[in-house]
Design a protein around this ligand. Structure first.
Ligand SMILES: [Zn+2]
Length: 97
């Protein structure tokens, strides 16, 4: 039996709530390389680093417990969502020209 409590949100649902609250804290070549992603449960932030853009590895890495074990986490997913939204906005702007 699973203990009753607040319904657990999926990683995707959490990521959607976080995507608007992400702060870019470092850029490389005009693109975001390090992001501060707020935690939904505490006042803390998690740091998502783009290892590829920094040239120190592959993909995005989050410093939360799941992220350091290379598991999907809402923070990393939120950064991916945020980038998709930005790409869509640029596309829309270019179509209007
Ligand atoms: Zn994380």
């Amino acid at each position: 039996m699973v203990a009753a409590g607040a319904p657990t949100m999926s990683v995707d649902a959490k990521a959607h709530r976080l995507a608007d609250r992400i702060e870019v804290v470092a850029w490389t070549g005009g693109a975001g390389a390090v992001y501060a992603v707020p935690s939904l449960t505490t006042d803390d932030f998690h740091v998502v680093t783009d290892l590829t853009r920094l040239g120190i590895g592959q993909g995005l890495r989050c410093d939360c417990l799941a992220g350091t074990h290379n598991q999907a986490c809402a923070h990393r997913t939120a950064v991916v969502l945020r980038r998709q939204r930005e790409a869509e906005q640029i596309e829309r702007r270019e179509r209007q020209r």
